[in-house]
Write a protein that binds this ligand. Structure first.
Ligand SMILES: [Zn+2]
Length: 292
C-alpha cells in the first residue's frame, strides 16, 4: 500500500480502496503528530525489519468448578502443555457451592481429586488468586469484591493466599470474579499483587482501557471479545492478528469448563495458533516477551 503525507491529516492512504492494517493505522496516526513518531521509534528498535509479531498472554478461569469435575481441566491442560503454552490459571481457594446463589452459605475446601489435579498442572502454569468463594454479592450486577469494605477484602485476600501457600503455590496475580473490579479494589489489590486482570464487565467501572496498563500502582490486563470467549473464536482472532508486525501484548481469556462442549477441539486450534507467540506473565514483566 502506498501512503503519502497529508499536511493536514498526517498519513493518507491514497489510490486504494484497501483498509489500512493495524500497524499502518498506528503509523499514520502517530506521524500525524510530527516530530518523534511511533514508527521511527519502532524502526530504531529494529522491530520492523525483523517482522516481530504480537505476543499473547493466556488467562484461564475457574478452578475448581462447581459444575464439572477436575478431570476436565486435566484434558484441557495437556493440550496447552504440549504446545508449550504457559497460561495463568485462576484458582478459587474456598469455592461456593453455587456462585450465582446470592444467599448461599455453603462453601467447601478442594476435594482430594481437585488438589491432585492442581498439583499436577501447577509446574506448567502460573497461578492467580480468583476471589475467595466466587459467590456474587446481593445486587443486580455480579461481583464478589465490589461492595466489600477494605477490611473484608483484605481479610479474604489473606485467607485466599494462605490456602494457596499451604498447597505450595505462590502468586503475583489476581483475577477478579466476574471481572468486577473498580479503582478502590485495585488500590487494595496493588498491595499484594503485581497483576490484576479485567474483562468485558470491568468496563463498567474502569472504562474501556487498553492493556496492559498501570493503574492504582498495579499492572492491569483486560481482555475483551474476540480475545475473550470460546477457544474456537479466540483462535480465529489470534490467527488473524499474529500476522501483524506490531509488537504488542494481547491478553486472551478462556474458561476451561466452556471448552468441554466441543471436546476441546477449539483449544487444540488455539494451541496451534499460539505456538511460538504465547508468553507467561512473568516472562513479559521481566522483558522476555520478544527476546530472540
Ligand atoms: Zn470466574
Amino acid at each position: 500500500m502506498i501512503a503519502t503525507r497529508d499536511p493536514l491529516r498526517g498519513i493518507i492512504f491514497n489510490g486504494t480502496q484497501e483498509v489500512p492494517t493495524l500497524s499502518e493505522r498506528i503509523r499514520g496516526r502517530w506521524q500525524g503528530t510530527g516530530s518523534w513518531t511511533h514508527w521511527s521509534v519502532m524502526k530504531r528498535a529494529g522491530y520492523w525489519e525483523h517482522g516481530v509479531s504480537p505476543r499473547f498472554l493466556l488467562r484461564v478461569d475457574d478452578f475448581p468448578r462447581w459444575d464439572m469435575g477436575p478431570e476436565g481441566l486435566h484434558a484441557f491442560h495437556v493440550i496447552l502443555k504440549n504446545a508449550g503454552v504457559r497460561y495463568l490459571l485462576g484458582v478459587i481457594p474456598h469455592p461456593a457451592e453455587n456462585p450465582q446463589d446470592v444467599s448461599g452459605k455453603r462453601e467447601r475446601v478442594w476435594s482430594t481429586e481437585e488438589a491432585a489435579v492442581l498439583a499436577e498442572v501447577a509446574p506448567d502454569v502460573e497461578i492467580a488468586l480468583h476471589g475467595w468463594t466466587h459467590r456474587r454479592r446481593p445486587g443486580s450486577v455480579p461481583a464478589e469484591i465490589i461492595g466489600c469494605t477494605s477490611e473484608e477484602l483484605e481479610h479474604n485476600l489473606q485467607e485466599g493466599l494462605a490456602v494457596l501457600h499451604k498447597a505450595g503455590f505462590t502468586t503475583h496475580a489476581y483475577i477478579p470474579p466476574f471481572n468486577a473490579v473498580d479503582r478502590q479494589a485495585l488500590a487494595i489489590l496493588a498491595r499484594k499483587f503485581d497483576l490484576v486482570c479485567g474483562g468485558p464487565e470491568s468496563v463498567r467501572w474502569l472504562g474501556y482501557l487498553p492493556g496492559p496498563c498501570s493503574l492504582e500502582g498495579v499492572w492491569f490486563l483486560p481482555s475483551y471479545p474476540p480475545a475473550y470467549g470460546r477457544a474456537a473464536e479466540v483462535a480465529d482472532f489470534v490467527r488473524a492478528v499474529r500476522l501483524s508486525t506490531t509488537p504488542i501484548l494481547i491478553p486472551l481469556t478462556l474458561h476451561w469448563s466452556w471448552e468441554a462442549a466441543d471436546k476441546f477441539e477449539g483449544v487444540r486450534r488455539l494451541a496451534d495458533a499460539l505456538a511460538g507467540v504465547a508468553v507467561s506473565f512473568s516472562g513479559w514483566v521481566q522483558g522476555r516477551a520478544w527476546a530472540p
